[in-house]
Design a protein around this ligand. Structure first.
Ligand code: SAH
Length: 258
């Protein structure tokens, strides 16, 4: 079950509960829906919208939120940025532009541990701007940190929901909530590997893949290939079985063609 990949420790979840995503006057309902989805992908659930536009296409928002519709419904709405972040210690503004103190900006990866440290005991906010003109200088001035997502000079401005994704993802990964999958099979030891190489040596001769004079050279090549990654016991058993079967087929063929 996928749940097995998440740490039982609930404290990481509580830390993520303290992280608020603030969207300032978003234009497209679809982006709001996509933001709900990426927030939930990363275990973040506190969404605030500052000055939602009366013309917002909420149907589009619902469509793009997919299975995060409850997240969309749970959003809080505020008349000003000041109110949306009033209870937050760290307030991080995000911006693709340069100038106005943005040269002191942090990448989302650098910012993630700062966010998690503060979120242990306090609410913190990540603030995102309008799709057409970002955050104003006054709004950025209210922020304690500025985050700039590294991007190509070909196009430095990300789609709003993509920008939220990158920031939330870095925090989620840094929180250690997710357990990356691990190889569970036992690693093959030298004795087992050598048994496999013996069978391959015999197979390469019997199938006339190579001859005695070139055999050790070939074996060295094979050793190099099989040393490039970790060989597990089941891997070695497959490789040994393949060579044994080739020997058997080669013996049969020789009997028939004698
Ligand atoms: N034309 C606007 C871009 C707005 S994109 C501008 O020049 O500011 C919408 C929002 O996505 C931005 O306000 C910011 O919050 C976020 N965003 C987009 N690209 C970003 C980047 N490279 N770094 C940080 N935030 C970014």
């Amino acid at each position: 079950m996928p749940e097995a990949r998440f740490k039982e420790n609930k404290s990481n979840m509580n830390i993520l509960d303290n992280i608020r995503i603030v969207l300032v006057e978003p234009i497209f309902g679809g982006n709001i829906g996509s933001v709900c989805r990426v927030m939930n992908n990363n275990g973040i659930t506190d969404l605030a919208i500052v000055k939602p536009r009366p013309e917002t296409d909420w149907e589009d928002a619902r469509k793009l939120s997919c299975s995060a519709k409850a997240q969309l419904e749970a959003r809080k709405e505020f008349a000003t940025l000041a109110e949306a972040v009033a209870d937050c210690t760290v307030v991080a503004g995000t911006s693709a532009r340069t100038g106005f103190y943005r040269d002191t900006s942090h990448s989302p990866r650098e910012f993630a541990p700062v966010a998690l440290e503060s979120a242990k005991g306090h609410k913190i906010a990540l603030v995102f701007g309008r799709e057409n003109k970002g955050l104003s200088n006054e709004e950025l001035a209210r922020c304690t940190h500025i985050i700039q997502i590294p991007s190509s000079e070909l196009y430095t401005s990300l789609n709003l929901s993509h920008a939220v994704m990158v920031c939330c993802y870095e925090i989620f990964v840094a929180s250690g909530t997710f357990q990356p999958s691990e190889e569970k099979a036992e690693e093959a030891n030298s004795e087992l590997r050598e048994r496999m190489f013996d069978v391959w040596r015999e197979m390469m001769l019997k199938t006339e893949f190579t001859h005695e004079q070139k055999l050790e050279h070939m074996m060295m090549g094979l050793r190099r290939i099989f040393s490039r990654g970790k060989l597990t016991v089941p891997d070695v058993k497959i490789l040994m079985g393949l060579a044994k079967q080739s020997i058997w087929v080669s013996d049969q063929w020789k009997k028939v063609n004698q």
